[in-house]
Design a protein around this ligand. Sequence first.
Ligand code: ZN
Length: 282
Amino acid sequence: MSDFTTVRYTVDGPVAWIEMNRPEKRNAQSVPMTYELNEAFDLAARDRDVAVVVLAGAGPHFSAGHDITDPDRYAEPDHCVGTWAGWDAGGAEGRLAREHEIYFDMCRRWRDFAKPTIAAVQGKCIGGGLMLAWVCDLIVAAEDAQFLDPVVNFGIGGVEWLAHPWELGPRKAKELLMTAESWSAQEAASLGMVNHVVPRDELRDFTQRLAEKIASKPRLAVKLVKEAINATLDAQGQTSAMQTAFALHQLAHAHNVIQFGEPLDPSGIPAAVRPKTTKKED
Ligand code: ZN
């Protein structure tokens, strides 16, 4: 159906499944994967037979986050979705352009995707993985799902798409960010972050049935629900708050460069606090 290399795109009835397909990398989000995800969303948008999109991850884990080992991390593609070009600019400019494009603007684009979306999450969902789950309208979690934003350990106050207070409530968001501790699927459900928790081996079928139920409703009405509720979040200040958080995130990157003098490190994480290995547990 497509010649994607990092993403699997399939259609099951009225439901398009966009599956991150780098299980050997715990579905870490590389730059090529970001653009393939975006192309897959566009395919689903243009397919009149697709009413609902599911975003999932192949293998035991949903996503280990952004691929900080990706050698293409600095490579700017020919066609950006936004206008933040010039990723190779010096100072803070290049990183700002790149992260604006591949993290903030991309997440915003998928959050506003004009069909309902469901994230099906199992195993680890870390850092940038949270961003991918959170841009979806609904989240179904397997019982083994575990969520974590660890970036305070790296001298940064949260990932680029700082939806934590909206997803977890401000008090738990502060605790989970300040302590860099993970939370379980059941905790996520109790906080209202996920809609359902299901056994691991039922995740796909449960999510497909939920998507089909939504697909059976009048399609414009479902789209209008999404528009209205996203507009409510915007009226509450979500967009401006997240723009501010993104700017503070860039401040932290710039501080780390000045403080530790490592402008070319692809991880953006100073060696003093960088994990000794990027290998994640199974
Ligand atoms: Zn960043």
